[in-house]
Design a protein around this ligand. Structure first.
Ligand code: PYL
Length: 269
């Protein structure tokens, strides 16, 4: 998993309203609508929970340590969605204790390997990779005005790619998957709804709907894409080159944290 840097998220909080407007332009729906679709909860349930739930974000110093403005960025996404939230004053275990003492219902925390939100009362957690996968498939489905019966190319069969494939199957899409490590595709050998692609170049030209769940960068150039390509790209950094992005930017959803965190919240209710 690629580790974010402060520069990836430095003005996320102040830009969240613009990010949401951009999402509406591209997908026809705002973050709230997309995450309700991704999590399967109703807009009413999402709104109702915002009146009861308190959400804590605990900075975690293990491994490579804190990422500047990471906790604050997570909190700003949660606040934008209408939930009361706070970043704990303490970090790590003391931060978790503080969150519980301050009666948090949900606790967001990330070390270098996992980013989860823990539902204290119900005793379950949601993982960022699974939530990001569902949030980005939701964005793609809204940009495509529905994916049932449509071919969708998933790039990368890691945790996010696998999560995306299972949600795409639920939506009735015909999934095509490419990964540079062929052995990661073995799990789909007998799956009639998933076809493994062996040529990246051919697949990129052929399929209009793409979910880029790879950590690779700059491997999709201007002339590699389907002329009407629609791309949902949870992978960090972006796989498209700057010119490919510039040409298709109105049909590309890509962010370092927003959609994944928003979907985590909805899935944790
Ligand atoms: C959650 C992001 C999305 C992509 N990569 C993941 C990442 O960067 N994980 C590391 C997060 C470390 C946070 C640090 C802090 O500030 O609490 N422990």
């Amino acid at each position: 998993m690629t580790r974010l840097t402060t520069s990836d998220i430095h003005n996320l909080g102040s830009e969240i309203a613009n990010y949401n407007s951009d999402l509406i332009k591209k997908t026809g729906s705002d973050m709230r609508t997309l995450v309700c679709f991704a999590s399967g909860i109703s807009a009413e349930r999402f709104a109702e929970a915002s009146r009861d739930y308190a959400v804590a974000v605990v900075p975690i110093t293990s491994g490579q340590g804190l990422i500047g403005s990471f906790a604050e960025s997570v909190q700003s996404i949660i606040e934008f969605l209408g939930y009361t939230s706070f970043v704990t004053e303490h970090t790590d275990v003391a931060g978790i204790a503080e969150a519980v003492e301050r009666k948090a219902h949900l606790i967001f925390m990330a070390d270098d390997d996992r980013f989860i939100v823990f539902n204290v009362g119900q005793g379950f957690y949601v993982d960022n990779a699974q939530a990001t996968a569902r949030g980005y498939v939701a964005a793609l489905a809204h940009m495509a005005r529905g994916l049932s019966g449509e071919d969708v190319l998933v790039l990368g069969a890691g945790p996010v790619g696998q999560g995306a494939i299972s949600f795409l199957k639920e939506l009735g899409a015909q999934v095509k998957v490419f990964d540079i490590k062929q052995e990661k595709l073995a799990r789909y050998q007998n799956d009639s709804q998933v076809f493994t692609e062996l040529s990246l170049a051919e697949a990129l030209r052929k399929y209009k709907y793409i979910l880029d769940a790879t950590p690779a960068t700059d491997f999709i150039g201007l002339n590699d894409l389907h002329p009407e390509a629609v791309v949902a790209a949870p992978g960090i950094p972006l796989g498209l080159t700057a010119e490919a992005f510039a040409r298709n930017k109105d049909r590309i959803v890509h962010d370092p944290l927003q959609l994944g965190v928003a979907t985590m919240l909805a899935m944790a209710l």
